[in-house]
Write a protein that binds this ligand. Structure first.
Ligand SMILES: *[C@@H]1O[C@H](CO)[C@@H](O)[C@H](O)[C@H]1NC(C)=O
Length: 314
């Protein structure tokens, strides 16, 4: 009898402890999961998707690999997602995937990102007698409606040939007033902030006085002339190219740590947020140490391929 009681107590304690360590992600409804059906404006999003989800400074690297692109990230409160886009001559559609072998006609920038964002934001911004006086649109997070979602567009094909199609794909979001824009060097924040990276044409981007997209700045080469915050509100870089590949099991040594800290401080002084990619993920102890150091330094977006894991750090 006594043994039974104690084993039951042990089970309860184990469950409670496991529960404390777990990070809650909102459940993704079955019809979204299966790729069937749309969100059903005002039904699931407003009730479920990001309710109770705390916003976290995480960047969902290769987001389109997720169980359900975009939605998995939002369900963890992740504020930044990334899509690799491909353009092919004679075809207006932008395809999303890591390499050409991964492309398919139903995985496009429109179907995976733009259309769902239009649905989500329509649900977050109902037009009715309660909202007539609201002139700042709500973002995608119920718990932080002023938080913008960073949408990184990693251009894989020729920048100048591809970018016009990116602009065209973004137009429906722009027309609704849901993109962060720039006019005469002044930023006006919106629910979605588009950051061009990869082959995004820098000279073209900075040449536009009125823009609804930005350029991912080089974290180790920032200067006010080339990369003011209204051009690059975020700067990124490979951790391995900043500190080298010799990183011990306890993470960065003090020289490496200070080098990263210096770059982050400089970016922050310029009003620019930061992200490091190419953070070694193995061995696990070293990865964990690096994640902790990157967060301790104050870098804004923790770049990850594993949302559930990263959400336990931020
Ligand atoms: C700023 O960066 C650009 C691009 O890397 C470079 O061409 C330019 O010389 C830099 N300017 C200064 C003042 O360092």
């Amino acid at each position: 009898m006594k043994f039974r009681l104690w084993s039951r107590v042990a089970v309860i304690v184990a469950v409670v402890v496991a529960g404390l360590g777990a990070v809650s992600a909102a459940p993704i409804p079955k019809d979204i999961r299966s790729g069937k059906g749309s969100i059903g404006i005002g039904t699931f999003y407003g009730l479920d998707l990001t309710r109770d989800v705390l916003v976290k400074g995480i960047h969902s690297h290769n987001d389109y690999w997720r169980d359900v692109p975009l939605f998995s990230a939002l369900s963890y409160g992740v504020v930044s997602v990334e899509a690799d886009v491909w353009h092919f001559e004679g075809d207006d559609t932008l395809y999303v995937g890591h390499n050409t072998a991964a492309l398919s006609s139903d995985r496009t920038l429109g179907t995976l990102y733009i259309d769902p964002l239009l649905d989500i934001l329509a649900a977050a911004n109902p037009k009715n007698k309660f909202t007539v006086d609201q002139n700042i649109p709500n973002g995608v997070f119920d718990t932080a409606s002023a938080q913008t979602l960073y949408l990184f567009i990693d251009v894989k094909t020729d920048g100048m040939l591809t970018w016009p199609f990116v602009e065209a794909a973004l137009k429906p979001l722009l027309d609704k007033g849901w993109l962060t824009t720039v006019s005469d060097s002044k930023i006006k924040n919106g629910p979605i902030t588009v950051i061009g990276t990869g082959n995004t044409p820098y000279a073209y981007v900075v040449g536009q006085k009125d823009r609804f997209y930005f350029f991912d700045g080089p974290i180790d080469a920032l200067n006010e002339t080339a990369y003011p915050a209204h051009v690059s509100p975020i700067a990124s870089g490979s951790l391995e190219s900043v500190v080298g590949t010799k990183i011990g099991p306890k993470g960065m040594d003090s020289d490496q740590y200070n080098k990263v800290k210096e770059l982050v401080t400089k970016a922050h002084d310029m009003g620019i947020a930061t992200r490091f990619w190419e953070v070694p993920w193995w061995p696990v102890v070293r990865r964990d140490a690096l994640y902790r150091q990157i967060i301790e330094i104050g870098s804004d977006l923790l770049n990850t391929d594993d949302l559930a894991l990263a959400a336990t750090f931020v």
